[in-house]
Design a protein around this ligand. Structure first.
Ligand code: SF4
Length: 154
């Protein structure tokens, strides 16, 4: 998997203070996408074991309390990202007790593959669906267009 950006302290992408990772790769090609540079799987830089370790350590940093991890992109549920994202969310679950995981995807919850579901079963909140420009509404919280749904899973 490749990644574009990592913010160790982020108050914009999800509730509270968070760590946020933007991964590379998205097949949805939504008109009006504000993250077009992330579409190509080989854009950005490699997501390394060191980066994974850093996220775990930032989440557990007691000097700046983080509520959890936000995963966006690009699309964390791009079929070619699923294995690395699964590994990361498993580690967060095992090594960062009490931290929540939010994820943004262009796929719809009811259309996910078994492999994508395996990831979703380990996260707390999934914001799903493509960005639809005609349904864009700046008043919406955590989503860009009215068709997208914030699923509070657990
Ligand atoms: S799903 Fe998100 S990243 Fe992918 S094209 Fe749509 S708006 Fe852009």
């Amino acid at each position: 998997m490749n990644m574009h950006q990592y913010y160790p302290v982020d108050i914009v992408n999800g509730p509270g203070t968070r760590c946020t990772l933007f991964v590379s790769g998205c097949v949805h090609e939504c008109p009006g996408c504000y993250n077009k540079s992330t579409w190509r799987l080989n854009s950005g830089v490699a997501f390394t074991r060191e980066m994974e370790d850093r996220i775990i350590s930032d989440l557990n940093d007691t000097r700046i309390h983080r509520q959890g991890l936000s995963l966006s992109g690009g699309d964390p549920l791009h079929p070619q990202n699923v294995a690395d994202i699964l590994k990361l969310v498993r580690r967060v679950r095992a090594e960062c007790p009490g931290k929540d995981i939010w994820m943004w995807t262009g796929y719809k919850l009811d259309e996910l593959t078994d492999a994508q579901h395996e990831v979703v079963e380990l996260i707390n909140v999934l914001v799903d669906g493509k960005f639809v420009q005609d349904l864009k509404d700046p008043a919406l919280i955590w989503r860009g267009s009215g068709n997208q749904v914030v699923h509070y899973l657990r």
